[in-house]
Design a protein around this ligand. Structure first.
Ligand code: SF4
Length: 401
């Protein structure tokens, strides 16, 4: 329900602020609206400027009432979080991003479109074409275990990368690694008991270089401007299987120079990154929630040094390859003064080519509690995006065009 007597309020870190319509956009197609259990809505009284909490339905006095958040579709970066008052005993929210929502003659949200590509736009997924694609891939690549794994990803998780593979368009996924050398708080492929579940399970085997090359080559030959990517949400860290990946890249490059071969990674092993670049890797995307060691270590809990990320970027740049950041955006942390400075320094020092401005998928209260830092108000996500002088986007680009 909409309650016009209270104006929209958003959140940046621990700060609540009124959201003017100039900072909103119509809720994009494909966005999901989430009702938040154990959380009551906040709004601002325009006449007093005071922020108040709705504890009952203002129209009839009934209850309970719940706050609402948006889960944005791909290519959109959140600029403010949803605001709420947490009630006693409220459980931790599952691994999604919770973006502010308001009503202005239609649902609005606080986000910017950071990538024009329609790679994962909801209306690009044709279920009949996908069904046909799956049966053709199964027939033509019979016995390829990786194909069966990706069919599960498409049919069970609805993974946009797997769906695109079977539609033979855009970016194809090449998951390879069951293990990882970090243990991220918000890991989307493995979560300990007692925490919100991971949305995917990790691949249980390491495919052979031949199985990987077969999938990659079919996609490269079938898709326009093809990208194939190691490091997916249904695996651990691909560098843990780098010897297999190196052989797969050699097989692919022995057969074609077409397509962009990309690695989504925590960039923990610079020596292995150098080997993969020498074998023909075109681009690397480094996942990070922060360019400040303290904030990074608190989230990734890695078994490798923080310095490895910059070293891996330098190995790629020394070979003229493309490097991007998979930056987990969290309003109030990512744009906090020290965080913003560290990010600008990292981008400058490592000559990163692009930042993919993604949304951190974690309960905001859990994240801030885990960081345990008192951060001054942020400069604003939109302003930060404007101030960093590198290519911006959301997806791994095709680099041969
Ligand atoms: S680096 Fe990736 S696979 Fe490893 S713990 Fe983090 S999110 Fe999970």
């Amino acid at each position: 329900m909409d309650f016009p007597d209270l104006a929209m309020v958003g959140r940046s870190g621990d700060y609540l602020m009124p959201i003017p319509s100039s900072e909103t956009m119509p809720l994009p197609k494909g966005a999901q609206l989430y009702v938040l259990p154990g959380r009551q809505p906040l709004g601002m009284d325009p006449s007093t400027g005071e922020i108040g909490c709705l504890t009952e339905n203002p129209y009839d006095g009934t209850g309970p009432v719940f706050a609402v958040a948006a889960f944005l579709p791909a290519a959109h970066t959140q600029t403010y979080l949803a605001a709420w008052e947490k009630t006693r005993g409220a459980a931790e929210l599952p691994l999604f991003a919770y973006t502010a929502v308001g009503y202005d003659d239609g649902f609005v949200t606080t986000a910017v479109r950071t990538d024009p590509s329609n790679r994962q736009d909801p209306d690009r997924f044709d279920q009949e074409r996908i069904r046909l694609g799956i049966s053709q891939w199964r027939r033509d690549l019979r016995g390829n275990r990786l194909v069966e794994h990706l069919v599960h990803c498409a049919e069970c998780y609805g993974c946009p990368a797997a769906l695109n593979l079977f539609q033979e368009r855009e970016e194809g996924p090449l998951p390879t690694s069951p293990s990882c050398n970090a243990s991220c708080i918000g890991c989307i492929s493995k979560q300990p008991g007692g925490r919100p579940p991971s949305p995917q399970e990790r691949i249980a085997f390491v495919p052979s270089p031949e199985e990987i090359a077969e999938v990659a080559l079919r996609h490269i030959h079938a898709a326009r401007n093809p990208v194939v990517s190691f490091g997916q949400g249904c695996e651990g860290e691909p560098l843990m299987a780098s010897d297999t990946i190196r052989e797969a890249i050699r097989l692919i490059r022995r057969s074609t120079s077409e397509g962009t071969i990309n690695l989504n990674t925590n960039a923990s092993l610079p020596r292995k990154v150098a080997e993969l670049a020498d074998a023909g890797l075109d681009s690397m995307r480094i996942s990070m929630n922060s360019a400040r060691q303290q904030t990074y270590m608190a989230y990734f809990r890695p078994s490798y040094p923080f310095e490895a990320l910059a070293e891996s970027a330098r190995e790629m740049k020394a070979r003229g390859r493309f490097v991007s950041l998979n930056l987990f955006v969290f309003p109030g942390v990512t744009d906090a003064p020290r965080e913003a400075e560290a990010l600008k320094r990292f981008v400058h020092d490592t000559c990163v080519d692009m930042i993919q401005w993604r949304n951190l998928n974690l309960d905001p209260d859990a994240y801030l509690e885990m960081l345990g830092q008192t951060l001054p108000a942020g400069m604003g996500i939109s302003r930060l995006i404007e101030e960093i002088p590198v290519r911006r986007g959301y997806f791994n680009p095709y680099l041969k065009g």
